[in-house]
Design a protein around this ligand. Structure first.
Ligand code: 8YV
Length: 328
């Protein structure tokens, strides 16, 4: 199939350089505005498409796939996470799914550290006082945070991003612990200086900071449920830059409000969009609008990966970042 004849539908505005390159290579339909597409608009747009380029704001479920046009053969998502896509159903329908892993790693790990520092040192609260003009001057006991160095950090999900968090946190003097579906090879564990916990319960109960870095799959949904969250030490904090659905947000909110957990730093939420208003009322949280990978460089690299996935497919090969149901 010649590249130029591939019809590609992109659901959101992407960096200009990415859109320009896509226009050079494919018969591409780009967005005029940046609002998420309605389901109806998405179904309509997919009819003549060979390739769909969705983002996390598009829910590509079985019902939607059932309405996809016959031509659709590849979903080249702009993102590493694929929890918004029913990969198994796509596969059954002969539609490949590819994503953009790797290029979001360093930026998301940076933002994880920003949340860890923000929550342990109370940076948003201190910053708010300066903005509001209510600072009364320096005082020995004002704005006291906790020292990060020496703390036990438990990483839930030691993949690319978890490992990048481990390296950063080790440089800050943290002790690195992790729980993962599969234990890492000894040489990788040694390299990261990480201690493996087979029991998630036991790790959760002993850490000062828990960082969620595993993907959202059916088996990680509410992995940190009310029972597990209750195992956390009252002075511990929870950080999540992965997916909101891994944590029972209502249980977390209740515990934060009751002071049963000291604080939380969240970049992602259960609803996917919109923050639970009860979370916003809390003072012991740092809340970000899903900006883990939001760097100019990262977004361009994500776009470049999408292009390579499509181009490789167009040239008759397997896209390099193919997602297969067995990986999930
Ligand atoms: C992206 C993300 O911003 O890549 C991911 O999985 O969560 C984010 O970093 C988003 O998914 C883009 O679609």
């Amino acid at each position: 199939m010649p590249t130029e004849r591939l019809s590609v539908v992109v659901t959101r505005r992407l960096p200009e350089v990415v859109e320009t390159r896509m226009s050079e290579l494919f018969n591409v339909t780009l967005r005029e505005d940046d609002a998420p597409m309605s389901r109806e608009a998405l179904v309509a747009a997919m009819q003549g498409a060979d390739v769909l380029v969705p983002t996390i704001t598009d829910v590509i479920d079985a019902a939607l796939l059932a309405q996809a046009g016959d031509r659709l053969k590849l979903i080249a998502t702009f993102g590493a996470g694929v929890d918004n896509i029913d990969v198994s159903t796509a596969r059954q329908r002969g539609i490949l799914v590819a994503n953009t892993p790797g290029v979001v790693t360093e930026d998301t790990a940076d933002m994880t550290m920003a949340l860890i520092l923000g929550v342990t040192r109370g940076i948003p609260q201190a910053s708010a006082v300066m903005r509001e003009g209510t600072w009364e001057g320096w005082a020995p006991t004002a704005f006291l945070g906790g020292r990060l160095s020496g703390r036990r950090l438990g990483i839930l999900g030691m993949g690319r991003i978890g490992s990048a968090v481990a390296r950063r946190a080790a440089a800050f003097g943290c002790q690195i612990h992790y729980h993962n579906r599969k234990r890492l090879r000894p040489e990788i564990e040694d390299d990261l200086g990480a201690t493996y916990w087979e029991s998630l319960d036991q790790m959760v109960a002993r850490m000062d900071i828990i960082s969620v870095n595993c993907p959202h799959t059916p088996s990680t949904f509410h992995l940190l449920n009310a029972r597990r969250l209750k195992l956390m030490k009252p002075e511990a904090v929870l950080i999540n830059t992965s997916r909101g659905d891994v944590v029972d947000e209502n249980a977390l909110t209740r515990m934060l409000r009751a002071g049963e957990i000291a604080g939380a730093g969240l970049d992602v939420y259960e609803q996917g969009k919109g923050v639970n208003p009860r979370l916003r009322e809390l003072t012991n949280v740092m809340l970000l609008p899903h900006v883990g990978s939001a760097t100019r460089e990262g977004r361009v690299e994500m776009g470049e990966k999408v292009i390579v996935n499509i181009k490789t497919f167009a040239d008759g090969h397997r896209p390099p970042d193919l997602v297969v149901p067995a990986m999930l």
